[in-house]
Ligand binder design. Structure first.
Ligand SMILES: NC(=O)c1ccc[n+]([C@@H]2O[C@H](COP(=O)([O-])OP(=O)(O)OC[C@H]3O[C@@H](n4cnc5c(N)ncnc54)[C@H](O)[C@@H]3O)[C@@H](O)[C@H]2O)c1
Ligand SMILES: O=P(O)(O)OC[C@H](O)CO
Length: 327
């Protein structure tokens, strides 16, 4: 296979956790001008010195061409657009500090405080060029250049195509979509179902149970997306079913591992790595309670993570729900 052509675009990756590091490495294959921003200078310095992110993505070397800084203004100066890769709780603070003329690609798979979608948050803050990136994309595999596919969604079709063109490599196939809520929320909800799958794995419930959680979880995802303006078929694409399968079955998934830890009675968040599904479960469980829309798996994960039910009690609640038709 021939080497991909280099692009003159200047790109910023804001957030130097696992996913930001993997994206910076991916972009560096086709871009000599990539800047990676780390919030903490101690991490930026370590990345510049060693070219490895030992805490968040061990084993993936950051190319020498990637500039690393903890100066946010310097990171985005002259950038054509930026990938925002901090946890969803940090997105409001990061967006607020950026020039509104900057095109932003939101890469977090979570919700803003109160349950607002991150793309809505960005638009409300005055950003005009807004896209979301979502799909079955474990940083541990993308960082090694293993093949994968993903979706960039934006109401601004030209911006989505620009991001697609800049992010595609021979090992990362990028699709575009105009369905922002569908693509964004698929990535948000699959994390919760992955925690549930991890709970089942931790309780050693077997393969049938995992498949049942994935399938009924997908149904809950579709039910929620339906009320949020998403297109019907998006949940069955890469950002929905694709990412759900990748996350609920992977040894790399932090969300699935958090469920396993909860089943063992251990703390679900370890090593300072973000587990978006726990917070999302609590936000959506409250929404389900208020709206009367049934999201039993989401509500079960929230109850376990808040300590209201043990994993075994949550399982009993799910299994003993009223008999009904599939749908
Ligand atoms: N890891 C993956 O494979 C992967 C893939 C796709 C999407 N995502 C999503 O990307 C987002 C980031 O995940 P990650 O895996 O890179 O996280 P991570 O836990 O590996 O790292 C998070 C990084 O963000 C920094 N950070 C934490 N709070 C911050 C704040 N308020 N402002 C700025 N920086 C802050 C941390 O110091 C750390 O460098 C999450 O929403 C996650 O769901 C992750
Ligand atoms: O490790 P997780 O569970 O945060 O999942 C990572 C990615 O979202 C997989 O696509």
């Amino acid at each position: 296979m021939s080497e991909p052509a280099l692009s003159a675009a200047r790109l910023a990756v804001l957030g130097a956790g696992g996913w930001g590091t993997a994206l910076a490495r991916t972009l560096a294959q086709t871009h000599p001008n990539v800047t990676l921003w780390a919030r903490r200078e101690v991490l930026a310095g370590e990345l510049r010195r060693s070219r490895f992110n030992a805490a968040y993505l061990p084993g993936v070397a950051l190319p020498e061409s990637v500039s690393v800084t903890s100066d946010l203004s310097a990171a985005v100066a002259g950038a054509d657009f930026a990938f925002l890769v901090v946890p969803s709780v940090g997105m409001s603070g990061l967006l607020s500090a950026l020039p509104r003329s900057l095109g932003v690609v939101l890469c977090a798979k979570g919700l803003a405080p109160g349950g607002t979608r991150l793309s809505e948050l960005a638009a409300s803050l005055g950003f005009g060029r807004v896209a979301v990136l979502s799909g079955p994309n474990h940083a541990e595999e993308i960082g090694l250049g293993l093949p994968a596919a993903t979706v960039v969604a934006s109401r601004d079709e030209a911006f989505a195509r620009t991001v697609q063109a800049e992010l595609m490599t021979p090992s990362l196939r990028v699709y575009t979509s105009l369905d922002v809520p569908g693509v964004e929320l698929g990535g948000v909800l699959k994390n919760v179902v992955a925690v549930a799958a991890g709970l089942g794995d931790g309780l050693q419930l077997g393969d049938n149970a995992r498949a049942s959680v994935i399938t009924r979880g997908l149904r809950e995802m579709a039910r929620y997306l339906d009320g949020q303006g998403a297109q019907d078929d998006t949940v069955y694409g890469l950002s929905g079913l694709g990412d759900l399968v990748a996350t609920a079955t992977s040894r790399h998934s932090r969300n699935r591992a958090a469920g396993e830890a909860l089943a063992r009675g251990e703390a679900p968040e370890q090593g300072g790595k973000v587990v978006e599904g726990l917070r999302t479960a609590r936000l959506l469980s409250a929404w389900a309670q208020e709206s009367g829309v049934e999201l039993p798996i989401v509500q079960g994960v929230a109850a376990v993570s808040e300590g209201r039910l043990s994993p075994q009690q949550a399982l009993a609640v799910l299994m003993q729900r009223e008999a009904k038709a599939e749908g």
